[in-house]
Write a protein that binds this ligand. Structure first.
Ligand code: SF4
Ligand code: SF4
Length: 337
């Protein structure tokens, strides 16, 4: 079928969609396996080799899948001032996490799926951050192209987008792949503080601050020193990208899970897990897969880098913690003052 009615309904819902077929992403599966064999993922991390084929095969999720409707939501909003005061330092949150754009996009895609079921009797499954190869889908349906930082770049919104998709049994006319690339640019590779972009398009996830945000383990000094004042995520490789620099911030596309750009570090270190999850509910910083221990570790590393002497007492308190990860991290942080 022609995609015009679907695109028009999507536009009504405030999203752009593009279509691809449901063939497996074989080349991408091979690339992920090579990276797995090169040990570029953390042990016990997201990847288990046996999962890769399923991840790259839409039919593993819908056996009679014929098409995939790819979509994205723009999340760049104006910068916010850092509210830190002496004794009350704040940690920075990566741009994509300042509101829950994932939930917003999922809600809009669910509405679109409802329309497809009603109008065409279609089977539809909606994913955002799902167990499916989102970036390869976005590339093949022409939402964007791969940047050398391995993130999808949209020609209008840069890489300031979250991705989502509907897998359906409808056969829909596919869109073209974009014929675009980074060319000679290597700004993101040079800017990455930990050298995690080891080659164009290849990330050593064990060194990427974004990936380490929710890793509940000790971060060695060479990584911790590059952590800066982060509490959640990293987007430095996106900040320096010349394509992104040309994109103008817009009004927030959602109010769901709005937590802002900065979180109070000392307050978080004094919180218990229940309070934290309630306070930042509906945002991914408190999602069920987030380790609260990792968040506290991030806060301690940030304090070690900010070096506000008024925060020494809270760091010292954690040097006596029964939690070995937090104790060891606090000892590192205390050494930085
Ligand atoms: S997210 Fe941060 S650490 Fe990871 S590749 Fe980009 S700049 Fe490097
Ligand atoms: S910084 Fe340059 S190389 Fe990196 S993604 Fe942007 S355009 Fe591509």
């Amino acid at each position: 079928m022609n995609s015009a009615a679907i695109k028009s309904k999507a536009a009504e819902l405030g999203i752009q969609v593009r279509i691809t077929d449901a063939r497996p992403f074989l080349t991408e599966a091979e690339k992920i396996k090579v990276q797995y064999d090169r040990k570029l993922f953390r042990e016990n991390g997201f990847w288990y080799k046996r999962k890769i084929d399923n991840f790259c095969t839409p039919h593993s999720l819908l056996s009679d899948a014929r098409s995939i409707i790819g979509s994205c939501l723009f999340y760049l909003t104006p910068d916010e001032p850092d509210p830190s005061l002496p004794g009350q330092p704040y940690g920075v949150v990566a741009r994509y996490t300042r509101r829950n754009y994932y939930k917003e996009l999922k809600n809009r895609l669910k509405e679109l799926a409802k329309f497809l079921r009603k109008e065409y009797g279609a089977k539809c499954i909606v994913y955002v951050c799902g167990p499916i190869a989102e970036k390869p889908i976005a590339r093949r349906c022409g939402i964007g192209y791969y940047g050398k930082h391995s993130i999808i770049i949209n020609p209008v919104w840069g890489s300031w987008i979250v991705l989502g998709e509907i897998i359906t049994d409808l056969e829909i006319e596919p869109d073209d792949v974009l014929n675009m690339s980074c060319g000679e640019c290597d700004a993101c590779i040079k800017a990455c503080p930990t050298g995690a972009i080891i080659e164009p398009y290849i990330i050593d996830r064990k060194r990427c601050l974004q990936d380490l945000t929710n890793y509940s383990g000790y971060l060695p000094p060479d990584i911790a020193q590059k952590w800066d004042n982060r509490i959640y995520g990293c987007s430095l490789c996106q900040e320096v990208c010349p394509v992104n620099k040309k994109v103008k911030p817009g009004q927030p596309m959602t109010e769901i899970g709005a937590i802002g750009a900065y979180l109070p570090l000392v307050e978080i270190l004094n919180m218990n897990e229940q309070t934290y999850r309630k306070r930042y509910g509906n945002n991914q910083v408190s999602a069920r897969w987030i380790h609260f221990e990792a968040i506290k570790r991030n806060a301690l590393i940030a304090l070690g880098n900010i070096r506000d002497r008024k925060t020494i007492p809270i760091v010292e308190k954690f040097t006596k913690s029964s939690n070995q990860l937090l104790k060891k991290t606090a000892l590192w942080a205390l050494n930085q003052f």
